[in-house]
Design a protein around this ligand. Structure first.
Ligand code: ZN
Length: 438
């Protein structure tokens, strides 16, 4: 099918009506199969004798087809196997699962034997969804997102990315826009891929500061005599700044009595609460931003010499954490065999491509700029393809994303995979020699 037959017009409206014919063209001409194959092969597609040629073929893919038909445990041996299956089935959604001990498509053959079907490896993944922030954003709710609440996702990327690199020593981290309301993170270092469920749960717990449930007033409880260095760094480098310079005003956090009361509920001292409430009843009209004004009053009162009790001083930090700290879907991170939507998929409700986000430039990322299927097809129709271009995506708004994926993520990753494979192989050879000499 050609794009002319699809008859698409350039249309950047949001949300974009999802169209299966558009999706066919996308899979036919734009989806970066080879890059995805190279990524998920982790160097095992090379010629080195240490390569595990079965590696990619033991990875689970799952396709969601039209009418919610769900195909789990799909597997492919080569980039062209993957390409052919995607083009033929035209999945609305592609999920990536674990690498198993055997080919997932043949799992039944192994179900009864000694060789039970078991997940062995999988990227450490994080899923952050803006709908989990509904109690701290007033501009949108549910799946909706706008430029006033998206900074919550930017905060999450900065906090988690910095910690994964500095506290855990991971280097190969891919952030991806989920196509609608959140972000996904894939940690691809060998030592991350080989974490077991308990270790994954421990990493997820490291990021947990939320205690209690929906009904408790203080969602964040920063316990102990001193804050953990990770929380101090997150607070001083990211959270405080984005709370005070962005969210405070853009979310109008102190603009109504109801919103003020919500914040007062987090202060565990009745005298301070009544003093603040009285002040805020007076200053309904101030020259400056009312949110900034009231926040300064709150800070002044809580941090003044009168209130030396640590719980009260800590309260300012707890409020900032409550409104800004990343909210992870812990279950996604805990399990080796949890599925997660593949990068470069298209979100069926928005028509937007799940493009990578450069954490170094996450401030500039605007979900409303993520290419939609109709925009991409419009660009293809304009005939942007030139002979000097690598692929058709090169001439479209997808080009920047594929180039980032290749140059900033894939190249350094594959370089380190090559090192891993070589050192693992020489260790094996050495071991072989030693056992022979016995
Ligand atoms: Zn919003």
């Amino acid at each position: 099918m050609t794009t002319e037959e699809v008859g698409c017009e350039q249309d950047n409206s949001f949300p974009d009506r999802f169209n299966a014919n558009y999706l066919k063209v996308y899979y036919g001409r734009l989806f970066p199969y080879v890059d995805m194959f190279k990524w998920l092969s982790y160097g095992n597609d090379g010629k080195h004798p240490g390569c595990d040629q079965s590696y990619f073929g033991r990875r689970e893919f799952s396709f969601t087809l039209d009418n919610n038909i769900y195909l789990r445990f799909q597997s492919f041996n080569t980039a062209s196997d993957l390409e052919n299956a995607i083009k033929e089935k035209c999945p609305f959604k592609i999920d990536i699962g674990a690498v198993y001990n055997v080919d997932p498509a043949k799992r039944h053959a192994y179900a009864q034997g000694d060789n039970n079907f078991t997940p062995l490896e999988r990227e450490l993944v994080f899923d952050i969804d803006i709908s989990d922030y509904d109690d701290v954003r007033y501009c949108c709710s549910g799946a909706d997102v706008c430029s006033n609440c998206w900074p919550l996702m930017t905060v999450a990327i900065k906090v988690i990315d910095t910690s994964l690199r500095e506290d855990f020593g991971f280097n190969h981290i891919l952030w991806v826009y989920s196509g609608r309301r959140g972000v996904h993170c894939w940690v691809c270092d060998l030592k991350a891929r080989r974490l077991n469920n308990e270790q994954r749960a421990a990493v997820a717990d490291y990021f947990r500061v939320y205690k209690g449930n929906e009904n408790s007033n203080r969602k964040v409880s920063l316990m102990g005599p001193a804050l953990h260095p990770f929380l101090v760094r997150s607070y001083t480098e990211v959270l405080r700044d984005s709370f005070e310079n962005k969210l405070l005003s853009s979310q109008n956090l102190f603009s109504s009595q109801e919103r003020c009361e919500k914040i007062l509920e987090m202060i565990p001292d009745e005298h301070i609460v009544s003093e603040l409430r009285a002040k805020w009843q007076e200053n309904k009209r101030v020259k400056d931003d009312i949110n900034v004004f009231r926040w300064e009053q709150l800070k002044h009162l809580l941090q003044s010499g009168k209130h030396k009790a640590q719980g009260i001083r800590r309260c300012v930090e707890e409020i900032v954490f409550s409104f800004t700290y990343p909210r992870l879907d812990m279950e996604v991170s805990r399990h080796l065999n949890h599925l997660l939507k593949a990068p470069f998929c298209v979100h069926p409700q928005t028509g937007r491509v799940c493009i990578p986000i450069d954490p170094k430039e996450c401030e500039e990322f605007d979900p409303a700029d993520a290419p939609t299927l109709s925009r991409l097809l419009g660009e293809l129709n304009m005939g942007g393809f030139r002979a000097d271009m690598d692929s058709e995506w090169d001439g479209t708004s997808l080009g920047k994303s594929v180039r980032y994926f290749r140059q900033s993520f894939l190249q350094p990753l594959l370089k380190s995979c090559k090192g891993d494979i070589e050192s693992c192989y020489s260790a094996k050879v050495e071991q072989g020699k030693n056992s022979l000499s016995w």
